[in-house]
Write a protein that binds this ligand. Structure first.
Ligand code: 13P
Ligand code: SF4
Length: 327
């Protein structure tokens, strides 16, 4: 079976790979020989984070993608992240080890519906979260991430009318901090929507010495309960510097890997979802990237993110505006 057919049928290349240490050393060798860099989001599997050249939140990963000297970027993350890397570094080959790695939040904002929404409100500046497709980015004036959203909104004149998309939870959180006139798209992430307030309250009763920390994509009742709210890297940084010894973590539990590496003596309890029969708080899209898929991506230089010049040009303006403000 050829590579292109496999990608068409499965979304990834699944030829046989070496195992264990050999798999890791082969990935390292190919990475060096091909001048490639592996970027991994904090929600990725532990072993994927460990092999990466750089782990980070969406903002830091975009900055790395924009500045890297590598010829190939292997993006261990989801589709919109790899697409953003390609928009920022169009001359580079950007590989997403599994093309099925989508994002429920990005999918909650289809470009055709969003275009109509934007046209219906021509007096508003469009600020979109990075968790969006290239088409939605092309309809936006400026992009933000959870790490810089407040800064981006505050950089706009105080009387500016804003459309914010697609995450209603992040949007309402920023609105409550900045007090700005924001019309918010009704999108959300299936992982962050699923946390059970009741179960978190019970967990807190059983662990009164624990602090609750949450991602701003969580629903309002969970955010109200939280001692600290931040992007994935801000949550990791918080547990590193704070002197509490126990945390209830209301975001995808992949972040706990870095928290444990920083402070192995502390206790990290993943916040429970409504459905105790499934691992709902795991983002199945982030967990699609595995070491064998990274090996095959590097070996066959596929699956590759392909975007035409016009799409890149249309989407890049809003991302570059964010980079100018955010640094
Ligand atoms: P961060 O930018 O905070 O890493 O968030 C990305 C994301 O997808 C959260 O669900
Ligand atoms: Fe998208 Fe939610 Fe997964 Fe983040 S956790 S990548 S917002 S589906």
């Amino acid at each position: 079976m050829d590579v292109n057919r496999l990608i068409k049928e499965k979304g990834y290349v699944d030829f046989k790979t070496p195992r264990g240490e050999k798999l890791i050393s082969e990935i390292r060798k190919m990475r060096k020989d091909k001048n490639a860099i592996i970027l991994a989001h904090y929600y990725e599997r532990d072993e994927v984070q460990d092999i990466a050249d750089f782990t980070g939140d969406s903002l830091a990963l975009s900055q790395q993608a924009a500045n890297t000297k590598a010829d190939i970027i292997v993006f261990a993350g989801v589709h919109f992240m790899a697409e953003t890397a390609k928009i920022l570094s169009p001359e580079k080959k950007v590989l997403l080890p599994d093309m099925n790695a989508s994002c429920s939040l990005a999918d909650s904002c289809p470009a055709d519906k969003f275009e109509k929404f934007v046209k219906d409100h021509p007096d508003r500046t469009v600020v979109s979260y990075v968790n969006t497709s290239a088409e939605v980015k092309a309809l936006s004036d400026i992009i933000c991430t959870s790490g810089n959203a407040v800064k981006i909104i505050q950089s706009l004149p105080e009387d500016e009318k804003i459309i914010f998309a697609p995450d209603k939870n992040l949007g309402n959180y920023i609105k409550s901090i900045t007090g700005r006139d924001m019309l918010i798209w009704n999108g959300s992430c299936h992982v962050h929507r699923e946390f059970s307030l009741e179960k978190i309250i019970n967990l807190k009763k059983e662990n009164p010495d624990a602090k609750i920390i949450a991602h701003p994509e969580c629903e309002e009742p969970v955010r109200i309960l939280a001692d600290f709210i931040g992007s994935t890297s801000q949550l990791i940084e918080y547990t590193k510097k704070d002197n509490c010894k126990k945390y209830i973590i209301a975001t995808e539990p992949g972040v706990i890997h870095q928290m444990r590496l920083n402070n192995p003596e502390k206790e990290y309890i993943p916040a429970p979802g409504h459905d105790s029969t499934c691992a709902c708080s795991e983002c199945e899209f982030m967990k699609m990237t595995t070491l064998p898929k990274i090996y095959n991506a590097l070996k066959y230089e596929a699956p590759e993110i392909i975007l035409d010049k016009e799409k890149i040009e249309k989407a890049s303006g809003s991302i570059k505006r964010m980079m100018e403000i955010s640094g």
